[in-house]
Design a protein. Structure first.
Length: 291
């Protein structure tokens, strides 16, 4: 994950230099908007790197459940940065529409944007690979932002060609507004996931059912109750009670508990699992937290 964040920082630094030169060469407000977006990327990737470095730290005496929530905090900060970027882009787009601004000497600007597209596409392909391996929330947020940058770069290209060759002065503003809407939509998803992580939201129903079924498949388990789950960055926390025959020896109950934990760890190797054994009692009431 850390290598992915370093790759993001390196990419955005290269693009920042190229877009700065391109802006002064073309005087294109579209490229200026892309430059500003790259500045936001630099801040975002920096926040991401710090959050991930903190999140992967092992548990210590002050944080016995680990530091996984650092990713949620980092993603929230990214959501704020992306919101500012989207609002700035919308404002610039409206300004373009009002002032009918045109670019000049677009050749170098087009080359820079094409380079930006190639580097960005390579980066998001790598990030997609990392996400599949780690399910990192911070990398997901970074991935979503760079996916939006592809639309941004395509919009800038069309705006440059439209302003110069087709005299379509409105294309710059139109694409800018569309990209800003996309970014704001992305913010909603990032913020929702971040809040769920920070508020210890239960894992999805399908996962809870799977945990329940795995535990019930172990011979000797009569029932499970008080199932509690949450995600902490890349780690999953699972806690529940198993109900066993009250006549079992302590040694046998311990064996069954270990087997349940082993089966769950095969399915969820990164999980922290706490299981409490209780004597089974017939009950007509249903534990609302059983699943």
């Amino acid at each position: 994950m850390i290598f992915s964040s370093i790759a993001s920082l390196a990419t955005v630094c290269i693009l920042l230099v190229l877009k700065t030169i391109a802006f002064f060469t073309t005087n294109s407000v579209a490229i200026l908007s892309s430059l500003f977006d790259s500045i936001q990327d630099l801040v975002t990737s920096g926040v991401n790197l710090v959050a991930i470095k903190q999140a992967v730290q092992p548990p210590d005496t002050d944080h016995r459940f680990g530091h996984g929530k650092a990713q949620g905090i980092g993603a929230l900060i990214q959501a704020v940065i992306i919101t500012v970027s989207a609002l700035f882009l919308a404002a610039e787009s409206i300004k373009h529409l009002i002032q009918h601004q045109k670019a000049h000497d677009i050749g170098f600007g087009v080359e820079v944007i094409l380079i930006s597209l190639i580097l960005t596409m390579g980066l998001i392909l790598f990030q997609n690979y990392v996400i599949k391996k780690t399910s990192s929330l911070s990398i997901k947020a970074d991935y979503a932002h760079y996916a939006g940058d592809i639309l941004m770069n395509i919009g800038v290209l069309l705006a440059l060609f439209g302003n110069t060759y087709l005299n379509c002065w409105w294309m710059d503003g139109l694409f800018g507004i569309l990209v800003s809407i996309y970014l704001l939509r992305t913010v909603w998803h990032i913020a929702s996931e971040s809040i769920s992580l920070l508020m210890d939201k239960e894992l999805d129903t399908s996962t809870r059912h799977t945990i329940h079924d795995i535990a019930m498949q172990v011979k000797g388990v009569r029932k499970i109750s008080s199932l509690k789950t949450r995600a902490g960055g890349d780690c999953m926390f699972i806690q529940f009670n198993i109900h066993l025959d009250g006549k079992l020896s302590l040694h046998k109950a311990h064996q069954i508990t270990d087997e349940v934990e082993s089966k769950l760890r095969e399915k969820y190797p990164q999980a922290e699992i706490i299981i409490h054994a209780e004597p089974f009692q017939n009950s007509k009431g249903k534990d609302k937290n059983a699943i």
